[in-house]
Design a protein around this ligand. Structure first.
Ligand SMILES: C[S@@+](CC[C@H](N)C(=O)[O-])C[C@H]1O[C@@H](n2cnc3c(N)ncnc32)[C@H](O)[C@@H]1O
Length: 256
């Protein structure tokens, strides 16, 4: 039987802590550990280090680069299969398309365009993390002539290309982690030629509240893109619970 004073006895210089104190301490420690684990999960897994700035994002991907493709091998092919028809549609009628993949990572879009059939166009692939670009470059070597692809290490909100350069701009699974997602979107629209296409991804609206200031809801994204002069904006299911696909078609005349 528990003695009454065992529950209430406090620790002093000579006495041992009571059961209640030990229970309270235990709860505090496990509560603290759970809070810390949630914050780490939120900031590192969900937000991919974005709130700590570009260096933190680079750090996450620097260590993730070697494992990135392997970790995603079980689900990415299905998502890519749903993406392929939209890539084909966006480039239909372009003999030598010019495509920009923003936050290319390990070269997802270049690989999809060039690995299954000969690709006659040109590509620019930009990413913040050199280690991700290194993996991408090695992966694409067998499929593209070096003159067909430009690898660029840089920031999505400062695209180093003239306005109206590309037939298609893609940015997959990355927009929410940019320090300035709206500015990056404005840049992507700027470098797109009139009548060009954009393929983006967004996280579902239910998740947007966990990335304040970064993620946009369906409505916010459509409003912003319409302000930028994009006429057709469609948000479609893509990777249920993770990402939706945003298909954007711009005006054929010049944007404001
Ligand atoms: C989840 S990965 C997506 C990669 C690829 N688009 C895909 O779908 O597999 C996110 C990528 O965004 C890059 N990234 C994060 N912030 C960036 C920024 N501000 N500018 C350019 N790239 C960035 C990271 O380095 C990383 O390679």
């Amino acid at each position: 039987m528990v003695q009454p004073d065992l529950l209430t006895r406090e620790s002093g210089p000579t006495s041992r802590p009571g059961a209640l104190t030990m229970l309270r301490n235990g709860l505090c420690w496990s509560g603290g550990a759970a809070c810390l684990a949630s914050v780490i999960y939120w900031q590192v897994i969900l937000a991919e280090g974005a709130y700590f700035g570009p260096r933190a994002v680079q750090l996450v991907y620097r260590f993730g680069a070697r494992h990135y493709d392997r970790v995603r091998a079980s689900w990415q092919p299905e998502a890519d299969a749903r993406l392929q028809p939209w890539l084909a549609r966006a480039l239909a009628g372009c003999d030598q398309p010019l495509v920009l993949d923003v936050a290319t990572g390990t070269g997802r879009v270049p690989f999809l365009l060039a690995s299954s059939q000969p690709y006659a166009g040109y590509l620019a692939a930009l990413d913040l993390t050199p280690q991700m670009l290194r993996v991408a470059r090695q992966k694409l070597e067998p499929y593209l002539h070096p003159a067909q692809i430009l690898w660029h290490q840089g920031e999505a909100s400062r695209l180093p290309w003239p306005s109206g350069s590309f037939d298609l701009v893609t940015c997959l699974e990355a927009l929410e982690y940019f320090p300035q997602p709206r500015r990056a979107l404005a840049e992507m629209v700027r470098v797109l030629r009139p009548g060009g296409w954009m393929l983006l991804s967004k996280i579902p609206d239910a998740w947007a509240r966990y990335l304040p200031g970064r993620a946009m809801t369906h409505r916010q994204l459509v409003t912003l893109l319409t302000e930028f002069g994009c006429v057709d904006v469609h948000v479609l299911p893509w990777q249920p619970g993770h990402y939706e696909l945003v298909i954007v078609h711009t005006k054929t005349d010049n944007f404001a």
